[in-house]
Write a protein that binds this ligand. Structure first.
Ligand SMILES: *Cc1c(COP(=O)(O)O)cnc(C)c1O
Ligand code: SF4
Length: 342
């Protein structure tokens, strides 16, 4: 009887009932005048060129906007999402594929740069559009969508026993439903030489209602060791439901790491990064990487020079326990691992 009820409600919920995070994703802000009106910053509308961002338009969930400071045009969260005319500047060396990712495509949807680890581009969709994104111009349209389309690419993984870790990436893999993720997990865990499943996602930070008990159970249901790598850049992000979502995961025994990007005007100061690390540690999340910005077209105004980055890390190392200082890294095409700068 119980069984029957459960099955019944399950098929009902997967067919018609949308979860809270899906509704929040659907109602995320896409109109700059709504965002700026909410923040009492409508005066900014005049001198920005929003119509020029059709390819990578504004996208930001309400929950993230509520963490911004009203009336502050320099808010570090607002800066991460507001399209600016600076993005149209042409700057030498800032190109659409600076990491030469197209050269590391092993099969449809699969990138391999480093030994033992392959990256699966599961989706091109995200819950937020970060203006500094390094995969802004990635040709997502060429990648597999439906599960059947993955078959050929998974064969490459099945036939290569040197691969022991899968990294789900995108886009953001957590925009997929638990059901879709679960189906992919099943295909992967059948491959005997795989040991670890890593998920690179910004949703726990920008749309924390995505972290439900059902999702956590899903992570615990696979034989693969799961590691979540979230992406927060500023301490103001780690509050409220975001903070609880991180705690929920770490308290259930999931390893959660954070990566940040060093961004001018957002987190290029010791105090912000110190506070970020301490807030992450308080939730059980380990600061993993601080990335040097990749020279992607349209992001030059976020650039911080490497010397300043190294100076910030040196100071952090004086103030914080060793485990709270992220490794400051840069991706250099052709290198066999990320380059540690400090
Ligand atoms: C960063 C990255 C990885 C993972 O590198 P780790 O140093 O193990 O975190 C794997 N594949 C690609 C393409 C990457 O850019
Ligand atoms: S969430 Fe990640 S992939 Fe998506 S826009 Fe932001 S940086 Fe890019």
């Amino acid at each position: 009887m119980l069984n029957k009820l459960e099955t019944g409600s399950h098929s009902f919920s997967s067919a018609t009932e949308t979860e809270r995070w899906q509704r929040e994703l659907a109602s995320a802000i896409r109109d700059p005048s709504v965002l700026l009106g909410e923040l009492k910053l409508l005066k900014l509308l005049e001198d920005k060129f929003f119509d020029k961002f059709a390819k990578f338009p504004l996208l930001v969930p309400w929950d993230y906007v509520r963490r911004m400071e009203s009336g502050n045009p320099d808010d570090p969260l607002l800066k991460q999402v507001l399209p600016l005319s600076e993005e149209n500047q042409v700057v030498a060396n800032f190109t659409s594929d600076p990491l030469l990712e197209s050269q590391f495509r092993r099969a449809e949807g699969i990138l391999q740069k480093y030994q033992g680890r392959v990256l699966l581009i599961l989706t091109g969709t995200c819950a937020i559009h970060c203006r500094y994104c390094f995969r802004k111009e990635y040709p997502y349209r060429d990648e597999p969508r439906r599960l059947e389309d993955w078959e050929k690419s998974l064969t490459v993984i099945r036939e290569d026993e040197t691969i022991d870790e899968i990294i789900l990436s995108g886009g953001d893999p957590l925009v997929l439903t638990d059901r879709r993720l679960g189906e992919m997990f099943q295909l992967l865990e059948e491959i005997p030489h795989l040991d670890r499943l890593r998920i690179h996602t910004r949703l726990p930070i920008v749309l924390p209602t995505r972290i439900t008990n059902r999702f956590i159970n899903l992570l615990h249901s696979t034989r693969l060791k799961t590691i979540l790598v979230v992406h927060a850049n500023h301490p103001q992000e780690i509050v409220g439901e975001c903070e609880s979502a991180l705690r929920m995961m770490t308290q259930s025994g999931i390893t959660v790491l954070n990566q940040s990007v060093l961004l001018e005007g957002v987190n290029d100061n010791v105090d912000a990064l110190e506070a970020l690390s301490l807030q992450l540690i308080a939730t059980g999340t380990i600061p993993y990487y601080l990335h040097q910005l990749d020279p992607v077209k349209g992001t030059a105004h976020f650039g911080v020079d490497v010397e300043s980055g190294i100076a910030i890390i040196r100071e952090l190392r004086k103030r914080l326990p060793g485990y709270a200082v992220p490794r400051y890294v840069q991706e250099q095409p052709g290198k066999l691992h990320k380059t540690v700068l400090a």
